[in-house]
Design a protein around this ligand. Sequence first.
Ligand code: ATP
Ligand code: MG
Length: 980
Amino acid sequence: MIAEPIVGRGVELEAVARALAELQHGRPAMLEVVGEAGIGKTRFLAELAARADALGYLVLTGSASELERDVPFLVFVDALDEYVESLGPSHLDVVPADVRNELATIFPSLLRFREGENVAVQQERFRSHRAVRELLELLASPRPLVLILDDLHWSDPGSVELLSVLLRRPPSAAVLVAFSLRPRQVPERLLSPLERAEREGLLTRLELEALTVTQAQELLGEGAGPWLSDLYEQSGGNPFYLEQLARRGKPDVRIPGRAIEFDGVDVPPAVAAALSGELALLSEEARHGLDGAAVAGDPFEPELAAAAADVSQSAFVEVLDELLSVDLIRPTDVPRRFRFRHPLVRRVIYELSPVGWRIGAHERCATALAVRGASPVLCAHHVEWSAHHGDLAAVVTLKAAGEAAQQRTPESAARWFAAALRLLPSSDSSEERIELLLARAGALAAAGRFAESHSTLVDTMSALAPEETIIRARLTARCARLGHLLLRRVEARKRLVRALAEVRDSDSPEAVSLMLALAVESYYDVDASAVYSWAGRALDAKELAPAGLRANALALRALGAALAGVDADACLSEAEAFVDGLADDDLEDHLDALAHLGTAEFYYPRYRAAVGHVERALAIGRATGQGDLFPSLYPVLASALGRLGRIAEAVDVADAALELARLLNNPHQIAWGLINRAYIALVAGDLDFALPTSEEARAVAEQLDGSLISLAAAHVHARTLLAMGEGAAAAEILQDAAGGPSIAAQTPTSRVTSLLTLTRCLLSAGLAADAEQAAIAAVACADKVGRPLALANAELAQGFVDLHFGRSHRAEQRAFDALTTFESLDDAYSVSVARVLRARALAADGRQGDAVREFERAAAIFDSWGAVRYRDEVERELRKLGRRIHRRTMPGAGDSGVEALTKRELEVATLVSDGKSNPQIAADLFLSQKTVESHLRNIFHKLDVSSRLNVARALDRATPMQESATAGGVVEATNSSSTN
Ligand SMILES: Nc1ncnc2c1ncn2[C@@H]1O[C@H](COP(=O)(O)OP(=O)(O)OP(=O)(O)O)[C@@H](O)[C@H]1O
Ligand SMILES: [Mg+2]
């Protein structure tokens, strides 16, 4: 497609060569090509494509379109859809069904994979992003993939979000994503992901500058004539302008034109005049047809252009030849589709057409599209331009476009709903307005635009009729929740108190909703007894109904009780019995009841029940399209799973929580997401991940005003440092965050946990006397709480101190008691901590046999959740006790180490150590991805490793050492250096 050789761009092309070379090592790369309109971005990307193609890489190109800025994922669909379709269905067999199902929501060619009703909510759109990442990895498996995304300044919000996700985490395969942007039109949502990716070295930015005079000469060749320096001056060295001016020929006429400006582009007067001059040479019919085409789109189909121009199709076809012959439009690869010579040409023609005529032209396009049954999303753009106030048919189209977009691209949905609202007749105070306002508020919240969501809710409330008290109360509560996210808590609380004072009947559902919202506020204020008492007041209401509201009140009271450690048993049991007796229908408008109950159970703790209730909330939410609560449900679920030792699931959910938080771009949720994720990494012994994640959590938390969140971030950071053996630093961090050694700023229950951590940190720092004080404080606090978990944590703190001071017998007893309690609470992680302490105490007490047994149990637990690091630590202690390590092997496998791998497993392991991803391996070996995953699990187990990197290390090591492996399925663990 490239007519002329590229001029200049030597330095930038060297960067391209480096990126392409990088792909040969199986590593991803990203390139951002920036420069003003017409500077040569598309030309540059075409050069990149040609060079990648010459290397035998797979090159797929898509561009965003100025006129289709709300078609979901357009630029990705443009680049990938046709190719994916050409692969044929069997090629995607290796992709797991759920991933294919996600892809089907994006790519039209994969629609056949859509299974059943799509029950995802907008808050789970990160699943689509993950699916695309997997697709790219798969496509890159036979040979490197170069994905070119042009004109991203016009990309739809879905593509913007997807790109920002890829910028944060590129595909782990040989994929180069290269994209272009006009610097003055960069979508705001891309700014910080771009900046971050560049800072982290994931992205290379190439800025295209104006051509030099010599290069301009080279570009124009003969075309420059004797006027090069004039052309150069008037164009500023911009190649598009140069070419446009050169078309005009002799520049000796005085320039009558003026600059044309739009969207951050200033077309210089001489260029505008040259283009006008070019247009003036057209026949009247051709000019008119061209104006129609400029409204229809770029690329455009003659039918739509004819409709826009209001001429018959045959009349339009007649002028096509004239337009093609003067090179104003060009054919595309697709029959009956044409594009403008350059996007700037289309835009200038559009700008030059009379405004009133344009409105009619858009209207004709909208009608023509509607007649041929085009989707509302495609019609909406023209409708938006042409509809008049009170146009109810337009409202219907725009609303339908919003609904079609909201699942995967809430940002677009919000825009369409707003457009519909603008058209509603002002007399319309009806349900229609409220429905649209609520839909917009929901879409805005899902897009992370909480402030606008908040103000839309306020607007909704003022549109409500006075008697609609229940809805108003629910909206007030929803506002309060957003207020929390916006850190406008004081304002939210005032609004609630004011609203409550205005309610006459304190037994009404409205009053109850407000009291419950105040209970939630108190939870954020870390005021457990206020949570309890507000919920209690709500429960005092006569004939409290509907059932879901009562459920919520009971759940919140249980939460207050669990946090304050008062009356928790009874409250929790009552709430559980009531909620479990309700049908999903009763709960679907009150999902917060399940959320609060799950949270209460987490704190109490009843981890299994918490998992059950949160999962129920997620299921009902998905089935009814309500995702508002998901950002707060995931963290509870992840933490509870972590406690239960269901680490793989916990990691998955915690990842989801963090991805969602980042999509919403809400620092509060990001901080909590990081804290949770770091905590689970810590439990899994993945300190390399826990450390930076907890550091980032602290950095984000610092910018927020909540001491609670800073303390939580400091706590997980300190725990990580402690696990790394840096107790002194850990103690300092924890004390600083908590305002001194007494750690006063927490709920009593969390305080006990923090004091336990502090005790351990101080001991590890050699500050035994201080540690003893911290343990004493833990006991005092736990006594106040009176709950088994708190008491067991305090017991454990004392146990650590006792062991340090040589009171090993006491230490052993305390550890044993704590252990028993933790076991009864299903707190698998705490059990393992207590076990290790007990084993050490037993050893110190001279009870070697018991100590070995206890250490071995701890090692088995760590092993079962892949916490290799902790397992190795325990095994070192076992060796000190003179114990040979007998690795647990697969049931029935009877063998371990590299030589224990089956032929197929060895193949998979070799590919893993070559750096291939699961989809790549699946494709190479013609296996399903699930099968690869299951081989990999066996490989991890047999090689006794928990990461792909260590598979490679194990293979490396094995080559010379294979003979020395012990027979009989037992491997002596002689080398644990890789896990230190
Ligand atoms: N380095 C170059 N060598 C040869 N031709 C070039 C070069 N740079 C640009 N051109 C030509 O100049 C014109 C404008 O370039 P191009 O379309 O690539 O600009 P762009 O930066 O993509 O503009 P836009 O932002 O509007 O998409 C094209 O005809 C292109 O072929
Ligand atoms: Mg371009």
